[in-house]
Design a protein around this ligand. Structure first.
Ligand SMILES: [Zn+2]
Length: 110
């Protein structure tokens, strides 16, 4: 999928959510609004090439435009990310990093 297709797809999903927000009941509104906030983050990242981190129920989620990766603490206290760039580094897990971990550190979140 090209960056342009990714952005078009995200914009389409955001448009559908805006429509759903206007039509849904109060109970569903909070969920739809949260989904919309996440999509808007993804859209911003896809357009600007940045990394966005969100705190989510005791762990962090990070995106650089294509889906969300999870950042958690390992048993030894080091952090790991579920992205492919982190996973396929051929060095010990505790020594690995990726742009998501770097951004989380830069923001003082880990
Ligand atoms: Zn990562």
């Amino acid at each position: 999928m090209s960056a342009r297709e990714n952005i078009a797809g995200l914009a389409y999903q955001a448009g559908r959510l805006v429509k759903r927000l206007a039509e849904c009941g109060e109970a569903e509104k909070a969920v739809a609004a949260e989904e919309l906030a996440i999509l808007r983050d993804e859209l911003r990242v896809a357009r600007e090439g940045a990394v966005v981190i969100r705190e989510f129920g005791g762990h962090l989620r990070a995106t650089s435009g294509k889906g969300w990766h999870v950042i958690r603490a390992a048993k030894d206290g080091s952090r790991y990310c579920t992205c492919a760039a982190w996973k396929f580094q051929r060095i010990p897990a505790a020594a690995r990093s990726c742009k998501h971990l770097a951004k989380a550190k830069q923001l003082g979140l880990i």
